[in-house]
Structures are given as C-alpha cells and as structure tokens.
Design a binder for this molecule. Structure first.
Ligand code: NI
Ligand code: MN
Length: 225
C-alpha cells in the first residue's frame, strides 16, 4: 500500500489497482498550493466528517473522477442529493469493498457541514487489505473506544491527529497508539493553521521516548505502509 500525504487529514492510498482519497482539503490549504486536484485519481473518496477542512474538494474530485463517496449515512445522503455516487455506513459497520474491508469507527468530535447541514456523527476508518491494515482516526479526542480496534485488527500504521486544540495533541496521540496497539504513527492535522502548529522535533522525540515512530511527511510526499 502506498500512501501520499496531501496536508491536514488528506491522504491518497494506492491499494493494488485502486486509488482511495481521504478527506480532500487541498484548494483551501495554502500549504498544498502545488497540488492540482485535477491530477488526483480516485475510485473512492472516504470522508471522516463534514468539516470544511475535510470536505472542501469532495464534490469537485467526485465529479472529475466518478469516485464513490464512502462516509456516514448523513454525509452520504448529502452528496447523494447532488447526484454523486455514495456508499453510506455508520459506526461499527464494515463493508468489503473491492480494495479491502472498511470499518467506520467512532470519533469524539463534531460534524456539521459548512452550510449548516447535518454531517451526522464523526468517525474514522479501519482499512484491512490483503497487503496491510491501517487506521485513520479522523478528528478526534483520545477515546477509550480505540481499545476495541486491536481486538479485531492488527494494524501496520495508525494515522492520528496531533495538532491539539481541535483534536488530540501529541501526548494523547501517544496513549492512542498504545490503545490501538500500533507503534508506527503518521501524524496529521497539524501546522495547517496557526491554532494547530506543532514543534516537529519535540513531537518525534516524545514518541521515540516510548519506543514509537512518529512519521511527519511533507505535503506531496509518499510512503510505503
Ligand atoms: Ni473537524
Ligand atoms: Mn479538522
């Protein structure tokens, strides 16, 4: 599985022949100005919740690519009304897609669309594939529910928010990585705005002190999961 970081919580996943895009927020992100959304491939767009910094480019990219939008029932129906292809889910449920099995898991956050429409309750995704397994937490506080994930899935990578203020910060994310039993972490949801700026060296050191690896990618950078 190859992962590309596009800033904030936006990720591209290449799983076999399939392209999955998560939480596209690019045209509104000054730091991602070198990324052209017209170049992005997507068979599926996974949406954790309805906030602007996760959905801004969903519609444009779905129209460009014909991708299926996978999210909670409210977000799916919001895009369904715009004649986009959708797959509705809700907390605790899994579905076997052609690229792997996706479970929509709870997140502690909020989820109203920028236009005031209900975005249901926020979530994250656990994706199991024939290659690797990955947890994308979405925007969330540290939560006891994370302990349920390793009962079902042995993770190879956890993508956790570390920017604090709107989500967990670094110290909570370290405990979250214990809860999900995964010591390889990709940090997200930091540095996009002043309120979520972090000190990279200090964050990496804190994880290293617990024998964990914190990866911080530049926008546009790729890694192999
Ligand atoms: Ni949010
Ligand atoms: Mn956010």
């Amino acid at each position: 599985m190859e992962l590309t970081f596009y800033g904030q919580n936006c990720l591209g996943l290449q799983i076999g022949e399939f392209n999955i895009l998560v939480d596209p927020f690019i045209t509104g992100n000054e730091k991602a100005k070198d990324i052209d959304i017209a170049d992005l491939k997507a068979d599926y767009i996974l949406v954790t919740h309805a906030h602007q910094d996760h959905v801004l480019d969903v519609e444009a990219i779905a129209k460009n690519t014909g991708a299926t939008i996978v999210s909670n029932a409210e977000i799916a129906s919001y895009y369904g009304e715009k004649d986009l292809r959708t797959h509705p889910m809700n907390h605790g449920g899994s579905w076997n897609f052609e690229f792997g099995k996706v479970k929509y898991v709870p997140a502690w956050h909020s989820s109203t669309f920028p236009d005031g429409a209900s975005g249901g309750l926020p979530g994250g995704f656990v994706i199991e594939t024939s290659e690797k397994n990955i947890y994308i937490a979405g925007d969330t506080a540290l939560s006891n529910d994370m302990k349920l994930i390793p009962l079902f899935t042995k993770l190879d990578l956890a993508v956790l928010p570390i920017g604090d203020n709107f989500t967990m910060g670094v110290d909570e994310a370290i405990v979250a990585s214990d809860f999900v039993e995964c010591d390889r972490i990709l940090g997200c949801h930091y540095d996009t705005f002043e309120l979520i700026e972090i000190d990279h060296d200090s964050a990496k050191q804190k994880f290293a002190q617990k024998q964990k690896e914190l990866l911080l990618l530049n926008i546009g950078d790729k890694m192999t999961v």
